[in-house]
Each structure stands twice: as C-alpha cells, then as structure tokens.
Design a protein around this ligand. Structure first.
Ligand code: NAD
Length: 498
C-alpha cells in the first residue's frame, strides 16, 4: 500500500512520528494509502530547513524567480491528466471537475509570474530639500499554508505560488485526506528549478497545525477550511504575533426574482448546488424565490432535474458528480436531512440511502431538495457541505434580501433577474464578499481577489490577486537625503514640510 511521507528540503522523506492516517478510495470505500502525520519536531526541522534556504531565494531578482514559475506551469500542464486522475481518485470529484481544480490553480501561478510588477514600490523625488522617499516590498521569510480537502490542487497553488514568487520559503500542510497532488506539485516545483527547501509539504493533523501556529520562525499563516478551525487558527496565529488570513465555511444564497429566466435558473442551480457533490465553498445551498408563482414554477422544474441527476464513480466522465470524500461526510449530510424532516421542512427529493450499483461500499449519496425551509432550521443555519438545496420562500425582494444579509456566513451570493436596478441594488447592499448577477458560482479570476465576509473569513486581505502580494510581503519606507541637501545645525522640533 502506498505510504505518503513529507516533502522537505527538496525530497520525499518518510514520516518518523509513528502516526498515520488512512486515505480512502471514495468509489470503493477501501483504504488505498496512508499518510504520515508529522510531529512537532518534524515540523520544526522542516521550518529550520526552509529558513536556511530562504535568503538566497529572496536575493534572486524577481524575473529569475518568475522563470521557475513559468517552467512549473509548463510541467503541470504537461501532466494535467495524470494529476486530475490522482486528485479524483482520492477526493471523489469527477475527472473533468478535477481538471477545473488544477486549472484554477494554474491561473494563480500565471498571475504570480507578474511578481516583478506586483512587488514594485513607490518613489517620490524631492519629498523635501534634497530628500527622496521610496518604499519597497520585501518577503516575510518562512510562511505557511494550511489547506482543505475539497480543492487539493487549486488552494495549495493559491497559497504557495504568490508566497514563493515574493521570495518567501513555504510550508504547506495540506489536508490529510488527499495529499497526492500537493506532494506531486512540490516535486514539479523542484523539477522546474526551485531551490530545495523553498517549498515543503508537511502532512499532518492538529499537532502539525499547532506546531505551525506556535513556531517562532513562521511569519504568516494562510488557512482555508471550516469556520471553527479558521477562527481557531486566526486567533492562535495572531496571538503569537503572526500575520494571518483564514477562510471558513459558507452558505451561499441565490435570490430568484419573478422576472428571471427560470430555465437558466434551474440549470445554474443544478450545477452550482450538486456539482462536486456540493463539496465546494462556493456551492449554492439556499435558493430564495420571490413570490409564490416564481417559487412554484421553480420547484416544479427543479424536482425532475434533481431526481435525474447522474451520480457515478469519479472515473465516469459523464457523471454529474461522484462520491463524497469519506463515510463521515455521508453521515453528516444524512443527519442534516433527518433533522430537516424532523423540523418540518418538505423533503421533495430524498438522496439518503443511495447505493451505486457495483460500488455499494463507496461514499455515494443522491441529490436532495427541500422546500418550505425556514430561517430557524439547522439545514438553513449550518453549512451542510453536501448535495442538498433548501428552498426558502419570500414574498418580496426586501424579505428575500434579509436572508443572506442576516446569515452568519458571507462567502458568496447570487441574484437571477432581468432587472438592472434590482441587480445593482443587490450588488451594492449585500454584506457578502463575492457576488454574482445571473452567474451561478461567482469565483473571481486570479487577478481579482477571493474572500468571504462575516464568519467566512478572518483577516483583512484576501486570497490571490494583488492582496496575496500584500499579504506575503511587508513594506519598508526609506527617506534619503544626500549631502548637498543637508542644512547645518541640529533640529529639535519635529521636521515638517513648510
Ligand atoms: P477542515 O477545517 O476540517 O480542515 C482544513 C484544514 O485544517 C486541514 O488541513 C486539516 O488537517 C486542518 N484541521 C482539521 N481539524 C483541525 C483541528 N482541530 N485543529 C487544527 N487543524 C485542523 O476543512 P475541510 O473539511 O478539509 O474542508 C471543508 C471546509 O472548507 C468547508 O467548511 C468549506 O466551506 C471550507 N472551504 C472554504 C473555502 C473558502 O475560501 N472560504 C474554500 C474551500 C473550502
């Protein structure tokens, strides 16, 4: 059976803690590999290694660093199909969907090759008599990223590409559920010319996360995962004086106005609600139709589409979605559906107990659809993170808007309408980080930034785009005066420009 260790100092090394975690094949339910879980001492050794390698990497000019990334992109593109298969085999998303995971990561790598421009400082000539003032962006040193299971290619690349391009050394602690692709990406970085020690993958659980949060040599921590852990990581990292940006869970609403094209809405909902078995932080999990007529029409069109969703093994390229990541996920989603029924919501399509023929032990679940969900139910309040959509009915636009506005999460929200005024009002007033107008999953492209509000994100800079280059650098401002500008005599008052 395959055993994953760690990738430290430019090579694969075995774990020494004696702790391991099982990696499942979600199609069959069988354990297919194990991954070592690092001890605090192993994490410390990786950080020491990264710290020793970082100054020489930072000293290279940014164009030289960018060339490594250009080569890496070439290597990832050449190996895309194998990477997609490996990803799908551990995660359970279909192979075409795994390609999307990889491509969205590559896009951030492409943006990061603009590092020479993105790290530019500012310059003012003649800020005072004989005085020039300029600022520069410098790397932080050793930084870390802790990533979730649901995008094992994209999110590690979102983290390490900008960090490394800025001249930092990086410790990646990927999800222990699907480490194959993060480990391979690190190997490809070395093949692309990255010096050993600049990108390290240390697998692990809470112990290794805590080791990152408490390590005095780690300057900044980026995290993506569930909200309770995001909050914990943010609190502990910042209490230890580190820079932190941590992104959490979501409950993304779609408002459907009576004038919306209902066929377009249903297509959007089917993909955004059930794609990847709902295991996406930008999945739509709540739909709020405005008015009884729109709600009845929407529900009537949705039911047959949810009933006919094509669930299949992740190797079936025609499947709408594959298995969930593990048995716990099936149990969690089924438990929420039980609770929704007990709370009085109308379960129109029931995905519980679904068995995939030929894959009876796999982690499969059918799509579920609830109607008449209310704001006090746990299926509305909590992130289910599975293929379940809740219909919450509202009489007016204002009433519908209240739902996402008052929800604890603030990752994404979408409106479907043909009315420009309503769409504009929605985009302006909504207290949510990423907004879609007639777009089902409004994930910003790599040159904008990605981040949720409220309980979906802690810290004040977003992921990728220009914010990532601010997060992974610090600004130094230099005031320089040359001898010809120097006036004789000491000055005892605060210098001001007069
Ligand atoms: P998770 O919180 O269980 O795990 C995320 C990371 O934290 C993993 O590396 C894991 O090993 C580590 N971890 C888990 N428990 C820990 C603990 N007790 N102490 C310290 N570290 C711990 O999340 P997940 O199940 O891997 O991913 C799904 C979640 O991620 C969902 O809530 C989803 O919405 C969220 N997510 C958010 C975004 C975003 O950008 N906001 C993107 C993708 C996923």
């Amino acid at each position: 059976m395959k055993e994953y260790g760690h990738f430290i100092g430019g090579k694969n090394v075995a774990g020494t803690s004696g702790k391991f975690s099982d990696i499942y094949n979600p199609n069959t339910g069988e354990v297919q590999a194990t991954v070592a879980l690092a001890s605090t001492a192993e994490m410390r050794a990786a950080v020491e290694n990264a710290k020793a390698a970082q100054p020489a990497w930072a000293a290279k000019n940014p164009q030289v660093r960018a060339r490594v990334m250009v080569k890496f992109i070439e290597l990832v593109n050449a190996e895309k199909e194998e990477l997609a298969q490996a990803l799908s085999n551990e995660h359970g998303k279909t192979i075409p969907d795994a390609h999307g995971d990889i491509l969205r990561g590559i896009e951030t790598c492409e943006f990061s090759t603009g590092v020479a421009h993105l790290m530019k400082g500012e310059f003012t000539e003649g800020a005072g008599p004989g005085i020039d003032m300029y600022s520069m962006r410098q790397p932080l040193g050793v930084v870390a990223g802790i990533t979730p299971f649901n995008f094992p290619a994209m999110i590690p690349m979102w983290k390490f590409a900008p960090a490394i391009m800025c001249g930092n050394a990086f410790i990646l602690k990927p999800s222990e559920r699907d480490p194959a692709v993060p480990m391979r990406l690190a190997e490809l970085m070395i093949e692309a010319g990255l010096p050993a020690g600049i990108l390290n993958v240390v697998n692990g659980d809470k112990e290794s996360v805590d080791a990152i949060l408490d390590d005095p040599d780690i300057q900044a921590v980026g995290f993506v995962g569930s909200t309770p852990i995001a909050h914990y990581v943010y609190s502990r990292a910042t209490a230890n004086g580190k820079r932190a940006q941590t992104f959490g869970g979501a409950k993304n609403h779609m408002l459907v106005m009576p004038d919306a094209d209902m066929d377009q809405v249903v297509d959007a909902l089917i993909g955004a609600g059930y794609g990847s078995a709902g295991e996406r932080c930008m999945a739509i999990s709540v739909v709020v139709p405005v008015g009884k007529e729109a709600a009845d029409k929407l529900v009537a069109k949705l039911i047959p589409r949810v009933e006919s969703l094509r669930v299949g093994p992740s190797t079936d390229r025609e499947a709408d979605y594959g298995p969930m990541v593990n048995a716990d996920a099936i149990e969690r989603v089924s438990g929420y559906i039980d609770q929704g029924v007990a709370d009085g919501a109308d379960l129109l399509v029931d995905g519980r107990g679904f068995k995939m023929q030929g894959y009876e032990n796999g982690f499969f679940i059918g799509g579920s659809l609830f109607d008449n969900v209310t704001g006090d139910m746990s299926i509305y309040k909590d992130e289910i993170f599975g293929p379940v959509i809740s219909v919450v009915r509202a009489d007016t636009y204002e009433e519908a808007l209240e739902y996402p506005m008052t929800h604890q999460y603030g990752n994404g929200a979408v409106i479907y309408t043909r009315d420009g005024d309503t769409a504009r009002d929605f985009a302006k007033r909504i207290n949510i980080g990423m907004v879609g107008v007639n777009v089902p999953i409004p994930v910003p492209l790599s040159y904008f930034t990605f981040g949720g509000w409220k309980a979906s994100g802690f810290g004040d800079l977003n992921q990728h785009g220009p914010d990532a280059f601010r997060f992974y650098t610090r600004t130094k401002t230099v005031t320089a005066r040359w001898p010809s500008g120097i006036k004789d005599g000491a000055e005892f008052t605060l210098p001001v420009m007069s």
